[in-house]
Design a protein around this ligand. Sequence first.
Ligand SMILES: [Mg+2]
Length: 390
Amino acid sequence: MVLTCLQASYRLDEIEWATLPGERPREAGRNARLAARGRSPVARMARVRIGETTGFGMSRISKEQATMLIGASATDMFEENGTVKEKFRALEFPLLDWLGKLAGRSVYDLFAWPGGPASRGKNEIKVPCYDTTLYFDELHLTDDQAAIDWMKREAQEGKDRGHRHFKIKVGRGARWMETRKGLQRDIAVIRAVREVAGPEGKIMIDANNGYTLNMTKEVLMETKDCALYWIEEAFHEDRVLYEDLKEWMTKHGMNVKIADGEGQADPQLMEWAREKIIDVVQYDIMKPGFSEWLHLGARLDAWGAGSAPHSYGNIIGNYASGHLAGAVGGFEFIEWDPADAEGIDGSSYRIEDGLVTIPDLPGFGIQLDDAVFSRSRRDSGWSVKRDGIQ
Ligand SMILES: [Mg+2]
C-alpha cells in the first residue's frame, strides 16, 4: 500500500554522512553509573538521495557499509508495509524520511492503520512526552535544602518549556554519594519534583541499575504518596527480583510500572512483558530502530504492555520516536532531551501541556539546512555516490 509510489528505477544514488554538533540548554550531570553527560550531544546524520528526492535522519552508518549499499534498488530496501529491510537498517531514518517525502505523507501517517491510534489522514498528532533532563546536577551541594532547591528549579525550567511529566535520575548512593545519604537525597528530590509537577504530572524514576531490590522498596515506600508512574532500570533486570517487587507492590497497594530494556537488555525481556513481570519496554529508538519497534510495539499492544523507546543524546530522536505513536497504541512517552544543532530545524514540533505536536509534514517534518550539512560533510564526513551519478 505504502509502496505504490515506488518505481523500479529508483536507486540509492548518494549517501552522505556528517555530524552536527548540538547544545543543550544546560549541562546534564551524572547518573547512577556515568560521569556528567555534558552539554554537547552530537547528531550523527546521513542524507540519502534517490532520484529527485532526498531524505535525512540519524544514522551511524560507516563509509564501508555505505559502499556496500549504494546503487541498491528502492524496491529492495523496503518491506511491503513500508518498514526498512534489515540489510538497510543503518539508513532507516533517512530512508523513512525519503519515503514520506516521496509519498507526501508524514512517517506516522505511513504506518497508521484504520482504527489505530492515529487514523490515516489526520492532521497533526499530539504525543505525550517527558522531560528527561533531571540528572544528578546538584552533587556539588552538600546542603540538602540547597540541593533540593536546585533540582526544583530545573524541574520548573522544564515546566516552563511546556513539560508536565518528568523523569528523575536516582541512585545517587550507588557510586557518587554515600549509600544512605544518596538514598535520602533521591527521595527528597522525588518529593520536590512532585511539588513542581503538581498532581496531574506523571513522574518516573530511573536508577540506571544503581539500586538493590531492598533500596527500590525503600524508595517506593517513602514516596508512596508521590504516585510514581514508573521505575526504570531499578537494578539489572532479573526475573526473580522483579517478581518479588511486583508481589511486594501488590501487598502494599502500589501500582508503579516497571520499565526496562535499554542498554544490554535481557533477551527474555519481551517474554517478561508478555507475562506481565514488567510493564514497559524501553529498547532504544536507534537500535533496534524504528522498523523493529513497529513490530515490537504491535506485540506489546497485544499483551497490554507499554512501549517507551529510549532516546538520548542524538537530538533527532526527540522528533523521530513519536512517529511510532501513529501505529503503536501503547506508546507511552517521547523521551525529550532538548538540544539544538545548527542546521537542524525542528521548530514545527511544539511542546505544550506535556504533549508534543508532531507536524503533518512529509517524512519526519524536520528541515535540514543543506549548506550547513554539506559544509560539515566536507569538513568531517564523507559521501558515496553510485557510478555515473554526478
Ligand atoms: Mg534510562
